[in-house]
Design a protein around this ligand. Sequence first.
Ligand code: ITT
Length: 199
Amino acid sequence: KRLILATRNAGKITELHAILADAGLGLDLVGADAYPDIPDVKETGVTFAENALLKAHALARATGHPAIADDSGLCVDVLGGAPGIFSARWSGTHGDDKANLDLLLAQLGDIADAHRGAYFACAAALALPDGTERVVEGRLNGTLRHTPSGTGGFGYDPILQPEGETRTCAELTPAEKNAISHRGKAFRALVPVVRELVG
Ligand code: ITT
């Protein structure tokens, strides 16, 4: 049985393969790249959950297979939760991780560590071709460094230091990041739902 992975973000795809492999679902995970003719979904939702559902439904409807999607981002306390759902295009160019991170650091300036709280959020959605839907969420709390550190992961990983850690997410091994991350938590919570509704 096929399960479509409704994302084109390479960093997410790598992590999702590892997280879902550990779950041993026994499904054939197929990326959205296998369907190049399906247009990108307009993320018109105002929450992570809404956008994750929009992406999952679009792929499930277009392919006739169950689909899972991830909508995620970085929510910064002093910015009132921004960039939030706009994390991938914060600098204006969708998916330019370095420009997004540089802009965010510039916006924070030299604000003290005590005021640099932030969290990663992830909504993990499952949609079936018949319209059935489920969505769950996960978070990773931390603080934002003044300068980037580490080469692992993607996006804002070089500046987010998880609570209780001395390293940034980009300095963790992939397995260490998945064990504590917003994405790991959300998709591990989605696994029993997939087992129940997909098989
Ligand atoms: P898809 O819609 O195709 O899945 P996308 O990159 O557009 O890909 P999102 O709209 O969910 O996906 O944006 C997610 C952004 O949030 C991503 O580009 C990063 O900047 C940030 N982000 C999410 N998870 C992250 C993580 O684990 N580490 C670092 N940054 C992350």
